[in-house]
Design a protein around this ligand. Structure first.
Ligand SMILES: CC(C)=CCC/C(C)=C/CC/C(C)=C/CC/C(C)=C/[C@@H]1[C@@H](COP(=O)(O)OP(=O)(O)O)[C@]1(C)CC/C=C(\C)CC/C=C(\C)CCC=C(C)C
Length: 382
């Protein structure tokens, strides 16, 4: 299978010279190029940042695509247990998922209203599972987090896939799995990302960060494609569309990291790669001091360029999805790009949230995509 958007090979990096050589085989559309570090007026050179993360072959994206497409060809009933829930029970279960999605992810929610009923219900069920997974490490009960909790959550995931959900919200996902070809691996990988977040507070380089972004956000893209559907007239391979979906997750997570840099520092976490901080003459102390210096501005410019690079790759894939599924993706892209614009417009002072206030509201008159909702109540953990 060809992969239009694949960046599957490792680049040749010559970081000490400030140059990165991209080999022709990396991105079929991109010409082989040498990216040269921009020179500042002071004469000091700041290198452009490495854009390639982990080869998607290592992430086994191809295998996931195969499994999800294989089930599609055979028809779901042949490969999976048929959902046996009563329609009234299911209506209630999906209704709860819808309410949670509407309350905690208003922009996603509004986007899903453009999709077919069956697809929107499936996205709500997936959203709720992802949100609950994230809440385990990021929510009000995160102090109770332990390896045992995540192990139990993973067992519970297997039960969902085996047709034995633990509660109503899980049941919605079990039903979704009976209707769409969802593979368990991206779900397991997201749990792995949560494990990583509990034990890893620093990232040495972009490859490590990319891995984390794949686990917690790229996986969302892989889960979403079978539900959103690939257009019958798609002009590229399924694999390249999955890669684009994964890139959207990467771009979103990179943007969240830039947006939340101050807040994360307060929790002792620095997601920005250590070697990149050093390339710009910065270290942990500079992040904790929350000062916007020239070095910080230059680093941020490069980080924003890299996030935009992933959004551009994702955008190409979005137009290969089924028509009704494109709008939610485009609206997500629009919002996340605006967050990057807001960081620039605020002179890279992303240590505080004031950069973002009002901006997206003006743009879309939709609720802020980035405003943190109230901590999720016990509603989602019954
Ligand atoms: C319509 C649409 C965009 C659907 C995706 C909905 C969905 C299932 C979202 C789940 C998101 C979630 C709760 C993930 C848990 C881990 C986590 C918190 C990841 C970060 C996101 C959420 O950001 P937010 O700002 O709300 O988070 P905080 O409150 O700050 O914690 C992430 C940044 C991941 C989001 C990743 C995506 C939305 C990827 C979506 C990709 C697709 C829908 C595939 C599109 C297909 C192509 C071909 C481009």
């Amino acid at each position: 299978m060809c992969s239009t958007f694949s960046l599957s090979a490792k680049p040749c990096a010559a970081a000490h010279t400030g140059k990165f050589l991209h080999s022709k085989s990396l991105a079929t559309r991109a010409k082989a190029e040498v990216i040269t570090a921009p020179k500042r007026s002071s004469g000091q050179a700041f290198p452009q940042l490495l854009k390639q993360g982990i080869p998607h072959t290592d992430l086994q994206v191809h295998e996931i695509v195969e499994r999800q497409s294989h089930a599609n060809v055979l028809g779901k009933q042949d490969t999976c247990r048929k959902s046996e829930f009563h329609p009234v029970f299911l209506e209630e279960a999906y209704g709860r998922c819808r309410n949670i999605c509407a309350e905690y992810a208003k922009t996603f929610y509004l986007g899903t209203l453009l999709m077919t009923e069956e697809r929107q219900k499936a996205i709500w069920a997936i959203y709720v599972w992802c949100r609950r997974t994230d809440e385990l490490v990021d929510g009000p009960n995160a102090v109770h987090m332990s390896t045992a909790v995540l192990d139990r959550w993973e067992e519970r995931l297997q039960d969902i896939f085996d047709g034995f959900p633990y509660d109503m919200l899980d049941a919605a996902l079990t039903d979704t799995i009976s209707k769409f070809s969802l593979d368990i691996k991206p779900f397991r990988d997201m749990i792995e990302g949560m494990r990583m977040d509990t034990r890893k507070f620093r990232y040495d380089n972009f490859q490590e960060l990319y891995m984390y972004c794949y686990y917690v956000a790229g996986t969302v893209g892989l889960m979403s494609v079978p539900v959103m559907g690939i257009a019958a007239e798609a002009s590229v391979s399924a694999l390249s569309i999955y890669n684009a979906a994964l890139y959207l997750g990467i771009g979103n997570q990179l943007t969240n990291i830039l947006r939340d840099v101050g807040e994360d520092a307060l929790r002792g976490r620095i997601y920005l790669p250590q070697d990149e901080l050093a390339q710009f003459g910065l270290c942990d102390k500079d992040v904790f001091s929350r000062k916007v210096t020239d070095g910080w501005r230059e680093l941020m410019k490069e980080q924003i360029t890299r996030a935009r690079f992933y959004f551009n790759l994702a955008e190409e894939g979005a137009s290969q999805l089924e028509k009704a599924s494109r709008w939610p993706v485009w609206s997500s892209l629009l919002i996340y790009r605006k967050i990057l614009d807001a960081i620039e417009d605020n002179d890279y002072d992303n240590f505080t949230k004031r950069a973002f206030v009002g901006r997206t509201k003006k743009l879309l008159t939709l609720p802020l995509a980035y405003s943190k909702a109230q901590p999720i109540s016990s509603l989602i953990f019954q």
